[in-house]
Design a protein around this ligand. Structure first.
Ligand code: WQD
Length: 327
């Protein structure tokens, strides 16, 4: 019996695969390698499949049967919010179409548990924070829409295909469990700030006039290793629950502001820099923090790692990725 991780050659997926292997679980990976990297999965069996392609359900099913897959963790997707605004049809095809193909592939197979990678983006700008899973969903960009549509599809398939499913709504994922699995694409606050520091540029603060304690945006940063653990706990939970489908926030329940993240980076890196304040980014909410009660109660799980561990591990990994920068 093995666990299939789609997108297992990416940042989050490779952490899940590494953790599964550490726990002596059999793991196999499907990844298109469009943004993933085969070196991240080591000797774990890897099938290179574009999940949105017409042949995907058949080739995926062959791989699933070969490896006696009993559970799927589906992460493979596009995740750039700005790009999703420019290319909505591509995002629906890849994220919703890709998911549909995975569900078609497992119809009538040995797979009976399914964990779907969703996002706090389904909430849009939450009216209240901390935000519970029962809060209204109102995604404000096509990326978030594809994640919400994905959740609906997963819940419908749970009933129709006799699956037990969990959709995990990730908040702001950061850090590295192993330096070689770190997020290498500067696309969000921490990775952009680290990149700026290495270039000798100033990290940017998108707005300091929000209704928050220091005026900058507050988010719930969760360590990628905690997130990886949450997936494995969810799989175990699905094995012994009667609940068919569930939706779970994955965060720490504690917010950090942009300035707190940057201060932590300054401490962890030993570098001094002066952030530059720019105008707000369109659509950015002031505060997005998870209510993590459901995760605690259903799975007995809480995130264990703090902001310093996230920022410190990301910084250390960035030094290794840039030989000669360690001084
Ligand atoms: C965090 C905070 C910015 C960059 C996005 C997606 C979300 C999820 C995670 C995947 C905000 C501020 C940022 C910078 C800054 N994705 N910021 N300077 O927007 O909370 O969430 O990524 O599932 O769906 O929307 O993350 O890291 O872009 O921003 O001041 O250079 O940092 O304004 O307050 P965000 P982020």
């Amino acid at each position: 019996m093995s666990v299939l991780v789609t997108g297992g050659a990416g940042y989050i997926g490779s952490h899940i695969v590494r953790l599964l292997r550490e726990q002596k679980e059999e793991a196999v990976v499907v990844d298109s390698l469009a943004s993933g990297d085969a070196s991240r999965v080591g000797d774990v069996p890897l099938a290179v499949i574009d999940l949105a392609s017409e042949q995907a359900p058949r080739s995926l099913r062959t791989f699933i049967d070969q490896h006696d897959v009993s559970a799927v963790i589906h992460l493979a997707a596009l995740k750039q919010v700005g790009q999703s605004v420019e290319q909505p049809a591509r995002y629906y095809r890849e994220n919703v179409g890709g998911l549909a193909n995975v569900l078609l592939a497992i119809e009538g197979s040995s797979v009976d548990r399914f964990v779907f990678s969703s996002s706090a983006a389904v909430y849009g700008s939450p009216e209240a924070s901390p935000v519970t899973e029962d809060a209204p969903t109102n995604p404000v960009n096509p990326y978030g829409q594809t994640k919400l549509a994905g959740e609906w599809l997963v819940a419908a398939a749970a009933d129709a295909q006799q699956l037990r499913t969990a959709s995990l709504r990730y908040f702001n994922v950061a850090g590295a469990g192993w330096p070689e699995l770190a997020d290498t694409v500067p696309m969000n606050l921490l990775t952009l700030a680290i990149d700026a520091v290495h270039r000798g540029e100033s990290p940017r603060v998108f707005g300091d006039d929000f209704n928050t304690p220091d005026g900058t945006g507050v988010r719930d940063y969760v360590h990628v290793l905690d997130l990886a653990e949450a997936h494995i706990r969810s799989l175990n939970h699905l094995a012994d629950t009667d609940v068919r489908s569930t939706v779970l926030n994955v965060g720490t329940g504690t917010g950090a502001s942009v300035l707190e993240v940057l201060d932590t980076l300054s401490v962890c890196s030993g570098r001094t820099f002066r952030p530059v304040v720019q105008v707000r980014r369109a659509g950015d909410p002031a505060t997005v923090v998870a209510d993590v009660t459901r995760m605690q109660e259903a799975l007995g799980w809480t995130a264990r790692r703090n902001l310093t561990e996230m920022v410190g591990s990301a910084w250390e990994a960035s030094l290794l990725a840039r030989p000669g920068m360690a001084s």
